[in-house]
Design a protein around this ligand. Structure first.
Ligand code: ZN
Ligand code: ZN
Length: 183
C-alpha cells in the first residue's frame, strides 16, 4: 500500500491509531510514538493539541497547588512535632486529600502514558468511574499527608518543567502542521 500522504511513495509502516500507510519520510517527521510506532501526522497533531492543553492547565494549577501544599506540610509537621490542640488536623487532612488528589491519581493510575523527548504523551481512553474516582478518593483521604507530599513534589516538577515542555510541544505541533500544510 502507498503512503496516505504521498500517493506515489510506498508505505513502510502503518499509523498505530488510524491505520494509514506511512512512508519513511512521514515516519521520520512525526514526533509522537504509540506502542513503539510513530503516529501519522494527523493523529500526532490531535495528540499534541490534547497534550498541550493538558500541560497548560497542569502548569496553571501547579502555580496554585504548590504554595497550598507547602503550607499544609508546614502545618502537618508542626502538628506532629508539637501535637498542638490549637491546630485543627481534620480540615488540614481534608484539604490535603483534595489538593493532593489529582496529581497523585495521575501518578498512581496512569500506566498508559508514554514519554517522547521528555514529554508524557497520553493517548488511551479514560478509566471507569470506580477506578478513576472512588478508589483514589478513598486513598486520598486515608493517606492525605502522603498525597500532599507527592503532590508537592509532582507539582514542583511540573512548575519547573512546564514552560520548556509547553515550548517543546508548540514546536512539535508547528512542525506537524507545517508538514500537513505541505502535503
Ligand atoms: Zn493516524
Ligand atoms: Zn509519506
Amino acid at each position: 500500500m502507498n503512503c496516505y500522504f504521498h500517493n506515489d511513495v510506498a508505505g513502510v509502516t502503518n499509523c498505530p491509531s488510524c491505520g494509514s500507510a506511512l512512508c519513511r519520510s512521514c515516519t521520520d517527521t512525526s514526533p509522537v510514538i504509540l506502542d513503539n510506532k510513530k503516529l501519522c501526522c494527523k493523529c500526532a497533531k490531535e495528540s499534541l493539541e490534547e497534550q498541550l492543553q493538558k500541560i497548560r492547565s497542569q502548569y496553571f494549577w501547579a502555580k496554585i497547588i504548590v504554595p497550598i501544599n507547602a503550607l499544609l506540610i508546614y502545618f502537618l509537621i508542626s502538628v506532629f512535632l508539637y501535637s498542638s490542640p490549637d491546630v485543627a488536623i481534620i480540615p488540614i487532612w481534608i484539604i490535603g486529600g483534595i489538593t493532593g488528589l489529582p496529581s497523585s491519581l495521575s501518578f498512581f493510575f496512569s500506566p498508559d502514558e508514554r514519554t517522547v523527548d521528555g514529554i508524557i504523551i497520553r493517548i488511551k481512553e479514560e478509566k471507569g468511574i470506580l477506578e478513576s474516582c472512588l478508589v483514589p478518593l478513598l486513598f486520598g483521604f486515608l493517606f492525605a499527608p502522603v498525597f500532599v507530599l507527592i503532590s508537592l513534589f509532582r507539582n514542583s516538577f511540573l512548575l519547573y518543567n512546564g514552560k520548556s515542555n509547553i515550548r517543546l510541544l508548540e514546536k512539535q505541533l508547528a512542525s506537524v502542521k507545517h508538514f500537513l500544510a505541505d502535503t
